[in-house]
Design a protein around this ligand. Structure first.
Ligand SMILES: [Zn+2]
Length: 476
């Protein structure tokens, strides 16, 4: 171990510290001396997965967990790996066997490859010079998908870095900084929050539970737990649209959205190793930030892990859920555990006369009675809405509270339809007294068929007597 080995600066990468060590040790050649010292020959020290951590630990005195967790992008991947894959990644970094990691992690297949560029923030650099007297490479600026500085919101500078050259970020005197606080910043901030959240206990199972529960909460699942694909697609597309042409990574991602491959692949191919970019894009669409996702997970959203492939129709035990409401559980929570929308649960609660904190709508209290009367006489909801100057949804909300009225309205509508069909047929018979059953059927097919299907005996009563089968040929 070298006593003059520089101490790592906050969020510094292994490569950055290697460069600073070279400058501090005053070695003649970066390639010839320093890289040889760390037994680096041929492999890229500025790679996402350095192969020399074993030697680095010995010479720098920084312990392996710190090196791996805080100075490589290990934790960027960690929540999205299976326990087995996570161990493999850690072990590969520890032992330096990092050659096949890219393909093992699905990076090659997903095309979210780590670039040859190193990125830096002009404002961070200025601060670092002022505080530490040097610039250095920040880990949070290097991870795949970061566009702007999570601290200063400005677009990052990129410098192409030859694999075996020494390079520290160059301070540009002209501090012409472009600040973005839109999607670029929010997405970058999501990535950085996860990267620095070293104590987080989120892994794939919790993550997938949160995905499905959130889909349910957002009304993106049907009653039997299937994804409303078109709506979800629209949501994800809208969230990623502004980022779609920012870098090759985002172009790849957006292409996957347009091809209907993403996010379906993430939801339905759980055994496949997905790139963090895909998870982050989905988290971004559903939760916006890492903090929101964590809050959601902590708030004990209880739910089955995966919806069944077969649609299962379950008759809900409403009294159980109503009791939960009476016991003070929130509408949101109970609706989520019942797998219904909040509006449906609200309607049930009103029906069970459970006072709920959130009012259905002010319009209801005043005009509920009027709406109810109009509903009772079978007036179409659309007409009632127009009469009272309220939304059709509001009228339907009232209707939902009275299942018996709903039934009555169905009967009223049925009777009206029957009378209409009957009148059509009777008119045809009156106008054409010589028509046979068959001729009537041909003349008024719709009415005939409706009555045939729903009111067969009534139809038989109105129609002229059937001609006996053996006499049919005589008439023709
Ligand atoms: Zn910055």
């Amino acid at each position: 171990m070298y006593s003059f080995f520089p101490k790592p600066l906050p969020d510094e990468t292994v490569y950055s510290l290697l460069c600073r060590f070279h400058l501090a040790s005053a070695q003649a050649s970066f390639k010839g001396n320093t890289l040889k010292l760390f037994k680096i020959n041929g492999s890229r020290p500025n790679n996402e997965f350095p192969s020399f951590l074993n030697e680095f630990e010995g010479l720098s005195g920084i312990d392996m967990p710190t090196l791996i967790n805080q100075m490589t992008s290990f934790h960027y991947y960690e929540p999205f790996l299976s326990p087995d894959m996570c161990l493999r990644l850690y072990d590969s970094l520890r032992t330096g066997k990092t050659e096949s990691l890219q393909s093992q992690l699905g990076i090659v297949a997903s095309r979210f490859t780590y670039g040859k560029e190193l990125k830096s923030c002009p404002l961070c650099m200025k601060e670092n010079i002022d505080t530490y007297g040097t610039t250095y490479w920040h880990l949070e600026h290097q991870i795949t998908g970061v566009l702007s500085c999570p601290k200063h919101k400005c677009i990052l500078n990129s410098e192409v870095c030859s694999p075996i050259k020494l390079l520290l970020p160059k301070l540009n005197k002209n501090l012409n900084v472009e600040v973005f606080d839109g999607e670029e910043y929010r997405f970058s901030s999501l990535l950085a929050s996860e990267l620095h959240d070293l104590n987080c206990d989120i892994h794939l199972p919790e993550l997938y539970n949160a995905y499905w529960d959130r889909l349910r909460e957002l009304g993106l699942l049907t009653q039997c737990g299937r994804v409303r694909q078109a709506t979800l697609h629209k949501l994800v597309q809208k969230c990623l649209e502004r980022l779609s042409d920012k870098t090759q990574h985002f172009r790849t991602l957006y292409h996957q959205v347009q091809k209907d491959y993403f996010p379906q692949c993430l939801l339905y191919q759980r055994s496949v190793q997905h790139h963090p970019m895909q998870h982050f894009a989905f988290i971004f669409s559903l939760f916006d930030s890492w903090e929101h996702l964590k809050k959601f997970i902590v708030s004990e959203h209880t739910c089955d892990a995966l919806p069944n492939n077969q649609s299962v129709k379950v008759e809900l035990d409403w009294s159980y859920f109503i009791n939960q409401l009476i016991n003070g559980q929130s509408l949101r929570k109970v609706a989520a555990s019942a797998g219904v929308s909040i509006a449906t649960l609200k309607a049930r609660a009103i029906q069970y006369q459970v006072p709920i904190a959130t009012r259905p709508s002010k319009v209801f209290d005043k005009e509920r009675r009027i709406i109810w009367r109009k509903l009772l006489i079978g007036k179409p909801t659309e007409d009632i809405a127009t009469d009272l100057g309220i939304s059709q949804g509001a009228v339907e909300q009232v209707l939902k509270c009275y299942p018996e009225v709903k039934e009555l309205r169905a009967r009223i509508r049925y009777k009206a339809k029957r009378d209409e069909m009957l009148a059509v047929l009777e008119k045809c018979i009156r106008d054409n007294p010589s028509f046979t059953r068959n001729q009537i059927k041909q003349a008024e097919n719709a009415a005939y068929m409706w009555l045939f299907k729903h009111e067969k005996s009534l139809l038989n009563k109105v129609l002229p007597k059937a001609i006996l089968r053996q006499r049919r040929h005589i008439r023709t």
